[in-house]
Design a protein around this ligand. Structure first.
Ligand SMILES: Cc1cc2nc3c(=O)[nH]c(=O)nc-3n(C[C@H](O)[C@H](O)[C@H](O)COP(=O)(O)OP(=O)(O)OC[C@H]3O[C@@H](n4cnc5c(N)ncnc54)[C@H](O)[C@@H]3O)c2cc1C
Length: 392
């Protein structure tokens, strides 16, 4: 490799993908996202365009109509969406959760769903794990699925199930064997693929949650929902392991989204610092303004390197739990630093909706809580990397 190639590798990898995403994002300016937030709407056109371009099927193998790209390519897509002022979160779940179906679904399930997910005929955007009373302690979840002949009857409640109103399918985690009847608390949990088009109004009630940001997130109430036996993914009782299998990919993808958001905030802060004049000079001439931006940029670059390392390990089928968790930790903090710095740089105008900074600032805060909170990541590093006692 020449030096130029190495530089390129560390810079704009997958340049064609990046260019294509940028072109799409140009059509969805700040006003589009601001209006959507006012209306608490979902970016139907934007997600459709990403779907039509095949971007959301990046990780689906070619035999099922997807692009069969490496994880790093998917990470680049999500990063680039956010780096261009758009929002990856309305569309990202398909990439996050499709892997469970791909790795653990039966041949029939894969043939039935994956081509339609790849083409966009079916939207797989909802993932029901979190529950109101159990939170991060997933093995304590209360949603129960009970075998009844050829079907399962499901009862329970999920909270923060994002995009459920805009998804045809819901990947649902439910307990199939009561906690007091399993050897390990991680046993007895199963994954189901629920067809929401059939289930809504017949046992599933979805209610939007008003939240800090427009994330189309909901509460899902499940009462005597009857689903066919073949809604079960893989082996009954092994669902917790299946979900864990997908965690590293999810961490890498969400970390890349953070990097994208951080890049956007730094770009906006730099532009504004150059153009805003106070005391007869650009505010960016002051070290008090430029140093925080330079620091946030530096921290983001470090996080980006960790994202690339984690994705490279994943794509090389090497153990990547440490790198993926650290990437998510560093990127979520770096994006928040970048967002807060941008808000400060914009002064009062940072608070004006018109500039879009306060909206992104709110969005950038989420990553320290969802899809997994920082403490849980630190607990992973402490226990699994450093060998410290399990703390929870
Ligand atoms: C906008 C949004 C969208 C979301 N989308 C989805 C979704 O689509 N699907 C889904 O299933 N979930 C979703 N979530 C839920 C999200 O994954 C959870 O909020 C997150 O995992 C934390 O769970 P909790 O909110 O119950 O917090 P809790 O588990 O109650 O934790 C509260 C705080 O205590 C800390 N804490 C808890 N236990 C420990 C411990 N042992 N040691 C140290 N600190 C601890 C946590 O780190 C956290 O800071 C979403 C959340 C939000 C806000």
């Amino acid at each position: 490799m020449t030096d130029e190639e190495i530089m390129l590798d560390l810079g704009e990898d997958f340049p064609e993908l990046r260019q294509a995403i940028r072109k799409i994002c140009e059509k969805y300016p700040l006003t589009y996202w601001a209006k959507l937030e006012d209306e608490k709407g979902y970016p139907v056109e934007f997600v459709q365009e990403l779907t039509d371009g095949g971007f959301l099927a990046a990780l689906i193998p070619e035999e099922y109509g997807g692009a069969g790209l490496p994880l790093r390519a998917a990470a680049v897509i999500l990063e680039e969406i956010n780096a261009n002022g758009c929002q990856a979160s309305p569309a990202h779940a398909q990439m996050y959760i499709m892997g469970t179906l791909l790795r653990h679904g039966s041949a029939e399930q894969k043939a039935k769903y994956l081509p339609d997910i790849a083409s966009g005929k079916l939207r797989l955007q909802a993932f029901g794990v979190t529950e109101p009373t159990t939170g991060s302690d997933t093995t304590q979840l209360k949603t129960r699925a009970v075998r009844d002949g050829n079907s399962y009857v499901i009862n329970g409640q999920k909270v923060w199930t994002s995009r459920a109103l805009y998804s045809d399918l819901l990947l649902l985690l439910a307990r199939t064997t009561p906690l007091d009847q399993v050897a390990k608390k991680t046993d007895g949990i199963s994954v189901f693929l629920i067809d929401l088009r059939e289930a809504r109004g017949k046992g599933v009630d979805i209610r939007p949650i008003a939240a800090l940001m427009n994330h189309n997130t909901t509460e899902v109430f499940i009462e005597d929902l009857r689903v066919p036996g073949d809604a079960l993914i893989g082996t009954e009782g092994k669902g917790f392991k299946y979900i864990l299998d997908g965690m590293n990919a999810e961490r890498v993808l969400v970390a890349s989204e953070c990097v994208g958001d951080g890049r956007y905030m730094i770009k906006r802060a730099v532009e504004y610092a150059k153009e805003r004049r106070v005391f007869n000079r650009a505010i960016g001439e002051n070290q008090g303004v430029q140093f925080p931006i330079a620091r946030a940029y530096s921290e983001l670059e470090a996080a980006d390197l960790m994202c690339r390392k984690a994705a490279a390990l994943f794509d090389a089928h090497q153990p990547c739990g440490e790198a993926a968790n650290i990437a998510k930790l560093l990127a979520s903090e770096a994006t928040w630093k970048a967002a807060d710095t941008a808000l400060q740089t914009f002064g009062g105008f940072g608070y004006a909706q018109e500039y879009g900074i306060e909206r992104k600032w709110r969005e950038c805060r989420l990553y320290q809580t969802a899809p997994v909170s920082t403490n849980l990541i630190l607990a992973y590093v402490a226990q699994h990397v450093l060998g410290l006692p399990r703390s929870y």
